[in-house]
Design a protein around this ligand. Sequence first.
Ligand code: UD1
Length: 371
Amino acid sequence: MMSKQTKKIKVICVAAARPNFIKIAPLLEELKKHKQFKPILVHTGQHYDYSMSGSFFKELNIPKPNYNLGVKAGLHGKQTGKTMIEFEKICLKEKPQLVIVVGDVNATIACALVATKLHIKVAHIEAGLRSFDRNMPEEINRILTDHISDYLFTSCEDGNKNLLKEGINKKKIFFVGNIMIDTLLKQQKKSKKSKILKKIKIKPKQYALLTLHRPANVDDKKRLKTLLQTFNLIQKKIKIIYPIHPRTKKQIKKFGFEKYLKQMKNFIITPPLGYLDMIHLLNNAKFLKTDSGGAQEESTVLKIPCLTLRDNTERPVTVNIGTNVIVGTNKNKIIKEVNKILTGDGKSGKIPKYWDGKTAKRIINILIKKI
Ligand code: UD1
C-alpha cells in the first residue's frame, strides 16, 4: 500500500493523429483506476481539425489534453523535429517516470526519442508490427521506436517474433492484444445509435466503405488515377461511401482529378467522420476497401470482408486469421475480389487472440509491477 506521502507516478501519454486517439482512450481510463498514477495527456497537434481530432475526444470521452504542442502539418523533418523540441520542454518541466507512445506516427518516434535521451522509461503500445516496406514512413517510425523503448506491448504474436528476430531482449516484450479493439468493443452499442445511414440515405449491406490516405497511394499521380478508375468500375456494381481524408482531398485537387469524381454517380464522398459514425458504417458495409492499418483490424473483429489497397500489411494476422485480403492497386485483382464478395464468396475469419477488450487492463497490470 502506498502511504499518503508517496509521490504519484507521473505518466505522460502521447497522442497526435486520429488513430492514436482511439488507442489512448482505454489506456487513460485504465490509468485513472489506479491512484498511484498521475496521467498527463500530451496532444502534439499533428491532427487539428475538429473532424480529425476534437470529435474523437468528445465521443471517446478523452479528457482535455494537459498540453497541446500545436505541431500541425509539415515535411517529416519539420513535423518530427518540432514535436521533439516542444515535447522536450514538457518532459523537463514534468519529469515523468514513464512516457507511453502508441502506434507508428511521427510523434511516436519523436516523443520516444526525446524521453529515452532524458533517461525516462518508454512504453510502446502496438510494438513489433512490420510491413518490411521501408518506403512507408510508419515502418521507419515502428523500427526506431521499438529499438529505443523499454516496454514493448504487442498486439499479435507475429509482433513478438519480429522483435526477437531484430535482437530485442525478450524480457522487454509483452503480448497483450490489440488496444484499438478495447475501444471498438466498448463503443459498439453507442455506435449502433448513429444516424449516418439515414443521413447519407443508404441501406445496410448496399454499399462498400472506403478509406484512402496513404502517401504511397494518394501522393503518386499514376497510382491514384488507377485507383479512381477502379472505383469507377466498382461503383457501377455497388455504391461506395468515402469519408475523405484531408491529404487525399488536397492531392485530388492538386492532380486535377475532380473530373473522375464527377463521372461517378455512386461514389459518395463525405467529410471525415467521427468514430461512432465510422464504426456504424463499417458494421453495416458489404465490405471495406482500405489502406489504413487500424481499419484492417476493426473489419476482422466485425467480420466484414476487407480488401487492403496496399502491396503489404504490417498486420498479417488480419490476413492469416481475419477477413483481410491484400489486393494492392492492381485493377484486375481488386475487381476479382470485389466480384467474389458480391457473389457471396467473401472471406470469413476468426478473431485473433487477446483482441477482447481487455488489452489496456493487461498493459497497466504489467506496468504496475515494472515501474
Ligand atoms: C498521419 C500518419 C499516418 C496515419 C494517419 C491517420 C505519419 C507519418 N503519418 O498521416 O501514419 O495513418 O495520420 O490519419 O505520422 N490535415 C488537415 N487536418 C488535420 C490533419 C491533417 O487538413 O486535422 C492535412 C495536413 O495539413 C496535411 C495532410 O492532411 O496536409 C496530412 O496530414 P499529416 O498529419 O501530415 O499526415 P497523415 O496523412 O494524416
